[in-house]
Design a binder for this molecule. Sequence first.
Ligand SMILES: Nc1ncnc2c1ncn2[C@@H]1O[C@H](COP(=O)(O)OP(=O)(O)OP(=O)(O)O)[C@@H](O)[C@H]1O
Ligand SMILES: [Mg+2]
Length: 681
Amino acid sequence: MAHKIDVDALVGQLQDVDSFRELNWEGTFQEYVDIVTQDPRVTRTAYQRLYDMIISYGTDEYIDSKKRITHYRFFDDPDNAGQDAVYGLDIPLMKMVNVFKSAARRYGTERRVILLHGPVGSSKSTIVRLLKKGLQHYSKTPEGRLYTFQWIEGDGEGPETLAPCPIHEEPLHLIPLEVRGKFLAQLNEHLDEDQTVFLEGDLCPYCRRNFEELERRHDGDWTKVLGHVRVKRLLLSEKDRVGIGTFQPKDEKNQDSTELTGDINYRKIAEYGSESDPRAFNFDGEFNIANRGLIEFVEVLKLDVAFLYDLLGASQEHKIKPKKFAQTDIDEVIVGHTNEPEYRKLQKNEYMEALRDRTVKIDIPYITKLAEEIKIYLKDYNPSKIRGKHIAPHTIEMAGMWAVLTRLEDPKKAELTLLQKLKLYDGKMLPGYTEDSVRELRKETSREGMEGISPRYIQDKISNALVVEGSRSINPFMVLNELESGLKHHSLIDNEEVRARYRELLGVVKEEYENIVKNEVQRAISADEEAISKLCSNYIDNVKAYTQKERVRNKYTGRDEEPDERLMRSIEEKIDIPESRKDDFRREIMNYIGALAIEGKTFDYKMNPRLHRALELKLFEDQKDTIKLTTLVSNVVDKATQEKIDIVKSRLIKNYGYDEESATDVLNYVASIFARGDASS
Ligand SMILES: Nc1ncnc2c1ncn2[C@@H]1O[C@H](COP(=O)(O)OP(=O)(O)OP(=O)(O)O)[C@@H](O)[C@H]1O
Ligand SMILES: [Mg+2]
């Protein structure tokens, strides 16, 4: 029988009658004023609401290179399982949230255009999308609720119709300016200082016309006008064009200010008799509909100069000017974004000076921390999304490594390679470098993160590699090759020097990959715990005898012998302990073992990562010939060797995330390196 889904049961789960009622609340003006006195936050400005919304998700504090950093959990996109999470940009995001904070407090930034500026694909649009989604969601919560009103039309006889304020403004705007002072004084008298209600702005032209007409009808009694008003909860929604707007300039010649501030409705002019009757006007420009929330200007610097004034007025004065009407008050967050090339044009354009002056620019650079960059790709390329294809270990890491390398500026210190710098940024330890030096490194750069390869390019190339037929897995080489061949036609690289540098960096990544897999295969070969344990106790017995100037009992012959100096050195040399330091090293180990013994504990090689590594390398050296890895290349493998190889393969699969195909690939690859003759490293 086919699988059956019970729709009624589904509905029962999804519907929440209480919250539906809450979200669709309607009431009288007096009822609204009661809500305001209980919860004055409903009157917050768009900036306040935006800031409080971000804060409502909570924060984490941490120290990075001795710098105190606040991470805003909001940008993890918890409501959507991290779909639009922004990684590795805590510092720029902190700057941005601080701008919102000062705007929320009316320190001045509420009168600026907030301009996110950065290279292509640095997550500018993602950030704005998050803000929009966040505001929509917040407006549905009890903490984030806000209200607007509609006019009850009709003469009391026939059925009444409701005409909402076209820009869904704050209901308190209905209180005439002359009595506002008194009203606010009464309201604020009982509120804490930080709850103080400010009331800015006047009714929109449409509502003012209604208000005046009704006032006349009621012989000037404005309180009676309020009887024609029904307040309702306002739910922001980009889809419904309520409180969330997006303006994207089309080609330069085709821009029309009506898209921003609304347009005359010619069909209605006949009905109302005049062009300047607000009922014959559609207040549906992006600025109108985005009132109370946020308007996004995509590629704001492509905006025609003629509309610049609309933008400037909207930010500076919080007013817009619809055709034929007086200025109209608005309350909305204005965020624009632009990429590097456009911004550089702006700097040369004197018309744009006015804009530049009224802009708070926030740089949104590329990620420069590898671990964070990798998260971008893991979001899309993980086993639950990529079915039927295996992504070999390090594939994404290597692609990300290259992307980050292209963004880094060469360190001023000649002895530090770019790859080492990347590792330091990534939080790895390097002898001779401290957190202070990492900070210094960051400081000495000028535009780091503002240039280089975008995540989008990497995403495209990984996708290309994934759709290639014929193999069940993709490996780093396939992706690195895609990345390389794409460089030829990369539309954003306009000079050969850069192209050459990027190619060179692919070489750096390949070399690093070689080191990583060599290491991994070595470990897989020597991951025989029993053998390491045996080697370790052998070593310790000898070290003990050596430091105490005793002889060692040979387990086979039962005779006492001199400590085996060759064995000890062959292990110590693996981790570069010079002859002159060997005594110190051995003594340290004995002291450590002694201290453990006092606590009643026994030594385990895993407690000392250096010794562990040395033992592994020694074991590898002893075993690599018995495994005859190099014979793999020639494909003629005897049965005994094949068995050993299979054990190594199964360790690669079990401990390092390979599958059968990629484990075979990587073994062949490492075998070929050893066949080249540099098996020592
Ligand atoms: N720091 C980051 N964290 C998470 N994802 C990122 C980050 N940077 C880039 N991305 C990803 O890269 C892709 C491009 O991001 P987005 O479209 O937001 O960039 P943009 O800055 O608006 O680019 P453009 O300038 O081309 O419009 C998206 O898939 C986005 O998720
Ligand atoms: Mg974008």
